[in-house]
Design a binder for this molecule. Structure first.
Ligand SMILES: [Zn+2]
Length: 230
């Protein structure tokens, strides 16, 4: 996400860093904010750590905001990948802080707020407000009135559709495209962008499913696509 005064990265899962570098320089990032500590949302912090240390040497450590307990998870990852000899492996390049989901964070001209989602671990939707425009990222979640409220009247609602056209039995942690449409309707979002959908899914079918519940503009997020938030 980029504004006049801030470039903020929300989540950095497996494979995301390479795609990010096709669109932006990692040195331009002002901060990274992680929604939850599942591997597909933070594992590329490892290659980014190497990139920042050896390729794009920064004069200051890059701010990295994690949910509560995230630092401990990162420490566990450091040891698993054989760097238990280097306590500064992550801390040497990242200024790591854990956010309190009850409190907003200001980064440049952006105000970030959080809302607990319905997922298998502590996870938080992230809303960014700047100059009257807003983007809310659902993170991973089952359908949630609280998250829909968090996204209320967002210019763009970037909502997960992990289940594609399917459903989930038992304990829920994700939603379908149809349910993402319902969330967007509840939120009265300006525009719905589906993300985290199955790679094999047909985007047009996902969009059609979401449109069953939401009458506003709907599209699927695509690597490298730039979306104006205004
Ligand atoms: Zn997850």
């Amino acid at each position: 996400m980029q504004t006049g005064a801030a470039t903020i990265l929300l989540d950095l899962g497996c494979g995301a860093l390479g795609k990010l570098q096709l669109a932006a320089s990692i040195a331009d990032l002002d901060a990274i904010v992680v929604s939850h500590m599942h591997a597909d949302h933070f594992f590329d912090l490892v290659p980014l750590r190497y990139g920042l240390k050896y390729v794009r040497r920064l004069s200051e450590r890059m701010p990295l905001w994690l949910p509560r307990g995230g630092r401990e998870t990162l420490e566990g990852l450091r040891k698993i990948i054989g760097r238990d000899d280097n306590v500064d492996f992550f801390e040497g390049v990242f200024a790591i802080r854990e956010y309190d989901a009850e409190e907003a964070i200001a980064i440049g001209d952006v105000r970030l707020t959080f809302c607990a989602t319905r997922h298998y671990v502590d996870a938080f939707s992230i809303r960014a407000d700047c100059n009257g425009a807003s983007l809310t990222y659902s993170a991973d979640t089952a359908p949630s009135p609280a998250v829909a409220e968090h996204a209320r009247e967002s210019t763009i609602f970037l909502c997960e559709a992990s289940l594609g056209l399917g459903t989930e039995e038992g304990e829920r942690g994700h939603m379908s495209a149809r349910e993402a449409g319902e969330m967007a309707r509840r939120a009265d979002a300006g525009r719905l962008v589906l993300t985290h959908y199955p790679a094999a899914a047909e985007p047009a079918a996902l969009v059609a499913a979401a449109r069953e519940n939401f009458s506003g503009p709907v599209e699927c997020a695509v690597d490298g696509r730039e979306l104006p938030v205004e």
